[in-house]
Design a protein around this ligand. Structure first.
Ligand code: ADP
Ligand code: GLC
Length: 547
């Protein structure tokens, strides 16, 4: 089991994080969570993060003590004001271009559910402004390193390379290879990149401009959100056409698991949990199942296995195969609660199932942060039948709250769940159930296996307890981010304490140890945050087709 691992930096490293989402201002998935919780975790390692976000309405209204940091009179054809301020303890810059960001709907999709047609320009503007800040355009702050997230920030390293000005190094974090930000070649002059950038060693990808491709090609370090996904994306099956490039850059590619914010996910203080219970108090959570069943009109039967899922309802998440086997599950006295939003056809199939099986299925086909928390405190098992999963946060939420994850054996799910096979049960180390391939029969069999274990009360309780003891924090993971940032900026020394849960290739980095470096842990009091105040959260799935 990984333990606390510490990297301390004697002098603070100033980091600019560039993201299209950040909880609680704007979130459509795990990217928003990570962009918010990683900077907090990095603070313990001497990394001071400032995050730059598009000036969506929800971001602009959240900023406090806001000051005008810079005005670009012609930012790719727009007047862009960079506002600096704080919100929820984060130091933020917001790129305020009302024509691009002050609109209803979600960060990527309009109210009609389609991609905003100007997403190419919107995220080029975000990246171009971030690149200018990286180059030192602000009078009072300049970052030592830049961290870019997903395709929306992928052009930052490209701007830095083709400007040929002094600039800090960039670490690009890949959250999902399925979304690449591919746009027609004619875009190039419009986004302010020179013709020579349209090359195989630049932004060109199969005749298009590729925002993710640009970052994979140019960024100094590539980080993806689990060790297994780091391997998977080097294969044709999961590399989405970029496996060759990723293999060629394997030396710069690292897989570091995501963590979650343990204060947000504390069942004793979480306002979403009806009957608070201490992490690991398996008996203490029982009342939550009862009240959840009652709240949503399901029979209050403690022996009926209650399954839950909190997810984008898309093909990536394998929810279509869950809908396929649902009638078979319901015949076996299994209950299912779904909290999700996404593809119209998948939502429709759940609606139809709910009409047919009102005593077995309850659906909340919307985004609801509170229910997303409550569900894991109440259900017996949480389903994550993904076709691919770069990391996945829902299994971490489930583990922490004592719900047993039943998940596909892919990506970060493999790295965080110990399957309840006979040997693992015998050794007392199992914390969930893994299945493969992601197909209806395999999922059905995994749930049936789960039901068998559910009936063996002590075995099930052991799975739950192991899960809640599993380290889902950022501790060791943030240390490795810090370590990579240090290495990238040529800084030393660092001090490492404890085990590693990072991809093996990092273990031979051989950073020097300093006996004198000190470390201070900062205690955070539990705080209740408003749930779901973000932009367009209620109605829209995260990604459209512009990838
Ligand atoms: P992804 O980023 O691929 O959607 P993750 O598991 O990494 O998957 O993160 C999803 C995040 O979004 C989690 O915090 C999960 O709880 C949350 N989430 C997804 N759908 C919903 C929903 N309908 N309501 C509330 N929270 C949701
Ligand atoms: C992506 C991935 C998910 C990951 C999240 C945060 O959306 O689909 O697996 O947990 O990003 O990194």
């Amino acid at each position: 089991m990984p333990t606390d691992q510490i990297v301390a930096i004697p002098t603070d490293l100033q980091l600019l994080s560039v993201s299209a989402e950040m909880f609680p201002f704007v979130k459509t998935g795990g990217l928003g969570d990570v962009a918010a919780s990683l900077p907090v975790a990095l603070r313990h390692h001497g990394v001071r993060t400032r995050t730059i976000l598009p000036g969506y309405r929800s971001v602009m209204s959240a900023l406090v003590q806001k000051t005008e940091a810079y005005v670009f009179h012609d930012m790719l054809g727009y007047r862009a004001t960079v506002w600096e301020g704080t919100a929820h303890g984060h130091h933020l810059y917001a790129v305020d271009v009302p024509e691009l960001f002050d609109r209803p709907g979600g960060p990527y999709l309009g109210p009609d559910g389609r991609d905003w047609p100007d997403n190419d320009i919107r995220f080029a503007v975000l990246s171009r402004v971030a690149a200018c800040i990286a180059q030192g355009c602000l009078p009072n702050w300049r970052p030592d390193a830049v961290m870019t997230h997903d395709w929306q920030a992928g052009l930052v390293p490209a701007y830095l390379r083709y400007d040929e000005l002094p600039a800090p190094p960039v670490a690009h974090v890949i959250h999902n290879m399925a979304f690449q930000g591919l746009f027609p070649r004619e875009l190039l002059p419009r986004i302010g990149l020179p013709e020579r950038a349209f090359a195989v060693d630049g932004v060109e990808f199969y005749g298009k401009v590729g925002y993710m491709k640009a970052a994979l090609q140019i960024a100094d370090r590539l980080i993806t959100v689990s060790p297994t996904y780091a391997e998977e994306i080097q294969t044709a099956e999961n590399g989405m056409g970029l496996e060759g490039l990723l293999s060629a850059r394997a030396g710069a590619l690292h897989g570091i698991l995501n963590g979650i914010d343990l204060h947000d996910w504390n069942s004793l203080t979480d306002p979403a949990v009806i009957f608070p219970y201490a992490i690991g108090d398996i008996a203490g959570r029982r009342a939550n199942k009862r009240v959840f069943q009652a709240e949503f009109g399901l029979p209050q039967d403690p022996n009926a296995m209650l399954l839950g899922i909190v997810s984008r309802l898309t093909r990536q998440k394998g929810v279509d195969i869950l809908a396929e086997i649902a009638p078979r599950l319901f015949q076996a006295n299994i209950q299912l609660a779904v909290v999700g939003v996404g593809d119209a056809d998948i939502m429709q199939s759940f609606r139809a199932l709910q009409l047919a099986y009102p005593r077995n299925l309850v659906c909340h086909l919307r985004y609801d942060e509170t229910l997303g928390h409550r569900l894991h405190s109440a259900v017996d098992a949480s389903l994550i039948p993904s076709r691919f999963e770069p990391c996945g946060l829902t299994q971490l939420h489930a583990l922490r709250y004592g719900s047993v994850p039943i998940a596909a054996r892919v990506g970060g799910l493999t790295d965080t769940i110990v399957d309840a096979n006979a040997a693992a049960i015998e050794e007392g180390v199992a914390n969930g159930i893994l299945f493969s391939p992601t197909q209806a029969d395999a999922l059905y069999r995994a749930i049936k296996h789960g039901k068998k274990l559910f009936r063996q009360k002590s075995v099930w309780a052991r799975l739950q307890r192991n899960g809640s003891l599993h380290d889902v924090s950022w501790h060791g993971k943030a240390a490795h981010y810090a370590r990579l940032l240090l290495e990238m900026t040529g800084r030393a020394p660092v001090r490492i304490v404890g085990d590693s849960d990072i991809a093996p290739r990092l273990s031979d980095m051989g950073m020097p140890l300093s006996p004198n470096t000190s470390f201070t842990r900062t205690a955070r009091m539990p705080q209740s945050r408003p749930r779901n105040p973000g932009l367009g959260r209620t109605d829209l799935p995260r990604f459209g087709t512009n990838a």
